[in-house]
Design a protein around this ligand. Structure first.
Ligand SMILES: [Zn+2]
Ligand SMILES: [Zn+2]
Length: 152
């Protein structure tokens, strides 16, 4: 896995026959500047870009996100409400996993080297090129557990 700068991404995309169009570059920049722990849905990204005065259609955004996820540039994350969220795919030491509350979607990121090691080893053993390896834990957060307790 590699961390992508605009230049290294351009080279990688060219190698695979894709072009880093200005739109793709703009989308990538949003993810690169996203504070840690933030994840964007296609709609979030659309609204963000429109506030910046960028005129990119929602269907282009959907397509670009899918493409970048398939290439291992972004990672796709299924939060509890079913919307796909995206974030940049970062190598160690920023590589992380998610603990998600299925009731309120509160998401905690955590690190675990052994998950990544297992993924790397398994992919290598089978001759696969590793794009990403993530663990997603679905659970109920303390606040939602309290809300579920019967009264009295
Ligand atoms: Zn994350
Ligand atoms: Zn919760």
């Amino acid at each position: 896995m590699a961390i992508y700068t605009a230049t290294s991404l351009k080279a990688e995309l060219n190698e695979r026959g894709w072009r880093l169009t200005p739109q793709r570059e703009t989308i990538l920049q949003v993810f690169q500047n996203l504070p840690e722990g933030n994840h964007l849905s296609a709609e979030d990204l659309y609204n963000h870009l429109h506030r910046q005065g960028e005129n990119i259609s929602l269907s282009t955004i959907y397509r670009t996100l899918k493409l970048m996820a398939r290439m291992g540039i972004l990672r796709e994350l299924e939060l509890a409400e079913g919307h796909k969220h995206y974030e940049i795919n970062q190598p160690a030491p920023h590589h992380h996993h998610h603990l998600i509350c299925v009731r309120c979607n509160k998401t905690i990121e955590f690190k675990n080297d052994s998950v990544l090691k297992t993924g790397t080893k398994t992919a290598q053993r089978e001759g696969y090129y590793l794009l990403d390896c993530q663990m997603t834990i679905h659970a109920i957060c303390p606040a939602c557990q309290r809300a579920l307790l019967p009264l009295g």
